[in-house]
Design a protein around this ligand. Structure first.
Ligand code: NAD
Length: 486
């Protein structure tokens, strides 16, 4: 009998008649049946979250709240291998990635925000007006209230906890929905919350789809106070419309079509390895992945050849094998989308340097949703494959001649999440970094995160920043208090 995943509402695991299948993208086998939360379930979760705000949760000290976050972190740590298995089964990601990135970051997110709230300060100003009156102005952070958190499938526990942890840290209550593709790790987090005795209603998990299902029921519920969402830009736009009348606060982490720029003076080996990593980590399913690579013409041919060699050495295989580098795409539907871009690239005139097809294993994996890592060259700047987010294991390499040209090419994009720059010229590195229209720029590295720093994008890549005090700002209502000093 397969596993049953239920929603977690007001401290209870809640069944539902309406269920959907959660399958493993490695070979299409069933992982679990998942209960789809109805509108009534979502309304109950929001009502429980609202009620919990005026229960003990609303009265505890910052230090006590931090303790709850430490307990959640310890609870994940205690069931580390369960979380690893959940991530690997739901996504087919290599186990080495789940062990070193996804689950450790899930733990770190709770510890980090617990540490942060214990040491955070707020602003204070001494004020003098023209008539000689004096005042002290200080800032108070209060919870927003009930936060609806909606997350995607590509980094399930990492992104789910990146929302839940700061929301709870700031004293909110949460109704959270993981992607329908990856319900398992969120379901485990609900079990952890239950095991440690987190007060009922503080953290609720509802499972289901987006439009006309659980996600939309959340965003259309008038009693939520804010929506934190990570996912596609188009979904962000739909959610924005859903919450517009109620004027809810939103934090949106959306899509990307990120550029990597390699100058002629880059450390060649480091740049090749770095760009292979930034293009194909998690099978290209990271919002930060570089789908557009710009390489100085003087090293272009050598760079393309070296990328091809390194990419072809990546191991596509059993995710539980520690040697595996590349897993499948998240679903057959997503594989279909990526394959349609592989076809489109040919029609748009691309040269396929490597990949460009799905692999054939001759075993059960042929029922899975695999795509070979693909490198293209030769597309014109206006090709759809160079402008639209594919979100798969693909990158296009374009030659450039000078800095002005590459800055213009990199910025000619509807998205603006992240850029990476590879050069040993320190002055150029800072100069070009400052000219990128993106929320994040990495120099001689990629996806290196310090949780204190702002994370987010410009243009179609999002609204707002999360991370460190930026998360504290979003997840709290900031009140200015002005005290006249006699
Ligand atoms: P998606 O937008 O399809 O779904 C994300 C979540 O939103 C899911 O839980 C889904 O059920 C829910 N949803 C869908 N429609 C909804 C609606 N109408 N109302 C409420 N909820 C709805 O995205 P995805 O395919 O799961 O994730 C991939 C996308 O996420 C890519 O575009 C990627 O770039 C982006 N992403 C961005 C970041 C970032 O930090 N900027 C991080 C990871 C992923």
């Amino acid at each position: 009998m397969s596993k049953l995943i239920r929603s977690y509402i007001n401290g209870q695991f809640v069944d539902s008649d309406k269920r959907f299948a959660n399958t493993c993208p490695v070979d299409g086998t069933l992982v679990a049946d998942v209960c789809e939360a109805s509108r009534a379930d979502v309304d109950n979760a929001v009502a429980a979250a609202r009620a919990a705000l005026s229960g003990p949760w609303g009265k505890i000290s910052i230090a006590e709240r931090a303790e709850w976050l430490y307990r959640l972190a310890a609870g994940i740590e205690k069931r580390f291998e369960d979380f690893v298995e959940a991530e690997v089964r739901d996504t087919g990601r290599p186990v080495k990635q789940a062990r070193t990135l996804d689950v450790p970051r899930g733990i770190a997110n709770f510890r980090f925000f617990a540490d942060l709230i214990k040491t955070a300060n707020t602003e204070c100003f001494e004020t003098t007006t023209a008539d000689g009156a004096r005042a002290i102005n200080y800032t108070l952070r209060k919870p927003l209230g009930v936060v609806a958190a909606i997350s995607p499938w590509n980094l399930p526990i990492l992104l789910f906890s990146w929302k839940v942890a700061p929301a709870l840290a700031m004293g909110n209550t949460v109704v959270a929905k993981p992607s329908e593709e990856t319900p398992s790790s969120a379901a485990l987090l609900a079990e952890v919350a239950h095991e440690i005795g987190l007060p009922a209603g503080v953290f609720n998990v509802v499972h289901g789809f987006g439009g006309n299902s659980t996600g939309e029921f959340m965003t259309r519920n008038p009693d939520i106070d804010a929506v934190t969402f990570t996912g596609e830009s188009g979904t962000g736009s739909t959610i924005m419309k859903a919450v517009a009348d109620g004027m809810k606060e939103v934090s949106f982490e959306l899509g990307g079509k990120n550029a990597a720029i390699v100058f002629a003076d880059a450390d060649f080996e480091a740049a090749v390895s770095g760009v292979v990593r930034s293009s194909f980590t998690n099978s290209g399913q990271v919002c930060l992945c570089s789908e557009r690579v710009y390489v100085h013409r003087s090293i272009f041919d050598r760079f393309v050849a070296a990328m091809k060699e390194k990419t072809e050495a990546l191991v596509l295989g059993d995710p539980m094998d520690p040697a595996t580098d590349i897993g499948p795409q998240i679903s057959l539907e997503h594989q279909g989308k990526v394959l349609s871009y592989l076809q489109l690239a040919r029609e748009e005139g691309a040269t396929v340097i490597t990949g460009g097809e799905k692999p054939h294993f001759g075993d059960a994996r042929d029922n899975g949703s695999w795509v070979r890592p693909t490198i293209w060259t030769g597309l014109p700047a206006n090709a759809r494959c160079l402008r639209e987010e594919v979100f798969g294991p693909v990158c296009h390499i374009t030659p450039f001649d000078d800095e002005e040209e590459v800055v213009a090419l990199a910025n000619d994009c509807d998205y603006g999440l992240a850029a990476s720059i590879w050069t040993q010229d320190v002055t150029r590195a800072h100069r070009v970094a400052g000219r990128m229209h993106t929320g994040i720029v990495w120099i001689n590295t990629w996806f290196m995160r310090d949780l204190r720093t702002p994370f987010g994008g410009v243009r179609m890549s999002g609204i707002g920043r999360e991370g460190g005090r930026h998360s504290m700002d979003f997840y709290s209502e900031i009140t200015n208090i002005c005290v006249k000093v006699a």
